[in-house]
Design a protein. Sequence first.
Length: 352
Amino acid sequence: MKKILITIAFSILLLSACRPQQNNYQNIDTAVMELKTYGGFISPDMAIQDVRVEYGKVTFRIFAENLTLMSETVKPISKEQFENLAKKFIDADFFSFKNSYQSAAKIMDIGKGEISFSIGGKQKTIIIDPYYFDDSIPVSIASLNDELSQMKAFAVQTTAEDAEAIAEKWIKEAPTYKYDGSDLKLESQKELETYPVQHVLTYSFTSRVAGYGDRTGKINAQMAKQHKIDVTVSSGKVTSAVIDGKWDEINQVLVSPQEVQMSFDLMQCSKTPWQEWLDNSDIRFIRAPTEEQVLKMYFENKNINVTGYSKVQENVITCQACGVCWSGTRYFVTVSENDEDQMTRLGWKQDV
C-alpha cells in the first residue's frame, strides 16, 4: 500500500512538472517599458532618443548632447496595447537575461541602446553595445526591441484627421484668431513624405479688425479682413504657422521678407522721378547731393527702403522720340518683396 501511495505522489509531481506554467501578470498595470538610444554618428540636437511606454500612454523624447529636451511627444494608448506589450516582456522572462550584450559586428557609428523593464518594484536594464542585432543577441530581446521601435513609430505618427484637429484647436487658441477671428475653414491639406510625416494645412478665416496678434489697446482699421494661415503639424504638434505669408503666429513677429532686385529704364528727354520730386520740393542743401542720395530720399518719402543702388549706361541704337524710346540709362536697386507691388506701380520691374 505504501509503495502504491509513493507511486501516485511521484506521478502527480511528474504531471505538475510537465504542465505549462502560467505566467504571473499580477501588477501588470505598474509595468514600464523603455528603449533609449544614444551615441554614434548623429546630430548633437538628437543625441539621445527615448521611448517610454506606461499604462495609458507612450512618450517619445529627444535630448541634445547637453541633455536639453528638444522635443516631447505624448500619445495615448489603449489598455490592450499596453497589456500586450507588458505580457511580452513577462513571457520573455526579461529579468533572466544578462545585464549587457555585445554584438559581434564591429560597427563604430551606431552607438548604444538600453532596453528597460520594471514591474511591481522590480527593475532591469539591458545594454546593447553596439546597438545592432545579430546572432549574438537573444532573439527574444531583439523581438522586444522591435516592439518598442514600433511604439516609437506610433508615437510620432500623426494621421490626417489628427492633424486637422490639432491645427484647428491651435489656431483658435492663438492670439490672432482668438482676438476676433471667425468662419475658420479648411481650404487644403497635404502630407509631406518626410520622417516624421508633416501635414501642411491651409485655412481661411475672417477678422473684424486689421492687423495680427492680440490687438487689444491698438488703434486699427475697423474692417472685415480675410486671412489665410498655413499650418504645419508634425509628431502631434504645430511646428509652423504663418498668416498671409507675412506673420509668424508662433513667434508673433513679421516674417523676414525676401529681397528682390528691380530695374528702371530712363526714357529719352526725361528726368528721373526722383529728380523731378527734388525739383518740385522745398528741400535745400548746403552741398549738392549725389543722385543715389536723392533716389534714397525719394523712396524714403514713400516708406520704401532701397539698397544696392547702381546705374549703367549702354550705347544703344534707339529712336529719338521723347518719353517713348529708351535713353540707354538703367538703374538698379534692391527692395523688400513687400514693396515690390508699389515699385511696379512706380515704373520699376523685377530684374531677372
